[in-house]
Design a protein around this ligand. Structure first.
Ligand code: SF4
Length: 243
């Protein structure tokens, strides 16, 4: 039995992999790469090594920019289109299942961790937005609080060994990681760059100027590294903060 994992390299997705892997299930960790998160990084690689799983980078930047532009389910507080973004990750992972010979998908989502995108309805909505996969998504950290999935029903995964974590605190996850001896993970944060108010404000200006397109992705990257001044549509000054 093999599973694909949505893997940011952080605490929750690492723990989700550990819980499944401890059942003797092979896991392949997918790190999604967009203009705003993911990509080759030492932390994710170290964690994958500690977990003993294969790490694959999946670049979906272009299609991610499309959902950023038109998020059917709206955005969070900033530019983050979390519900559509998660659904896109599941869909993309679903498209890769055959290639990797995987039977189901896991993620480190935790019930109630984010008020907008990880409440019960949002988690169910993300599943419903992943046609054909609804029943093949397992969320090991909160599984006992969620409806049973096909892998649990058919005994591919032992539901009794899954967890019932909920809420915003990361205390339980951190304690479990310590028990497992997995200590070197990034400090749990609030999400990707699109959840950052300052960055979102600058990106919003590009959106208002009609430039939120994949072909302008060099601008998305420049906004990360310099001070940003707008003169008029399409005319900007970006000043490096460092040398
Ligand atoms: S925080 Fe960023 S990466 Fe995570 S679901 Fe939201 S938009 Fe996607």
């Amino acid at each position: 039995m093999k599973a694909l994992a949505l893997f940011s390299g952080g605490l929750d997705s690492a723990l989700a992999i550990k819980v499944i892997k401890d059942q003797g299930i092979e896991v392949i960790a997918l790190n999604f790469v967009s203009h705003f998160f993911g990509g080759k990084n030492e932390k994710a690689e170290n964690m994958a090594k500690q977990l003993g799983v294969q790490l694959e980078y999946v670049n979906f930047s272009s299609i991610h920019t499309d959902i950023l532009k038109n998020p059917v389910h709206g955005r969070g507080k900033n530019m983050n289109p979390c519900i559509d973004c998660h659904a896109l990750m599941f869909k993309t992972a679903g498209d890769l299942m055959e290639k990797f010979g995987a039977s189901f998908i896991i993620s480190g989502e935790v019930l109630g961790q984010r008020p907008m995108s990880q409440n019960y309805q949002a988690l169910e909505k993300v599943k419903a937005l992943s046609p054909g996969l609804e029943d093949l998504i397992v969320r090991p950290l909160s599984a006992k609080l969620l409806p049973e999935s096909k892998p649990e029903r058919l005994g591919w995964v032992d539901r009794s060994q899954l967890l019932d974590i909920q809420g915003r605190s990361r205390k339980v996850q951190m304690e479990l990681m310590e028990t497992y001896g997995l200590v070197d993970y990034p400090t749990p944060g609030g999400g990707c760059l699109l959840t950052d108010p300052g960055y979102s404000k600058r990106l919003k200006i590009l959106e208002q100027d009609g430039l939120l397109e994949d072909e302008n992705s060099n601008l998305f990257h420049l906004l990360k590294i310099g001070r940003f001044f707008r003169f008029e549509k399409g005319k900007y000054l970006i000043v490096g903060r460092e040398e």
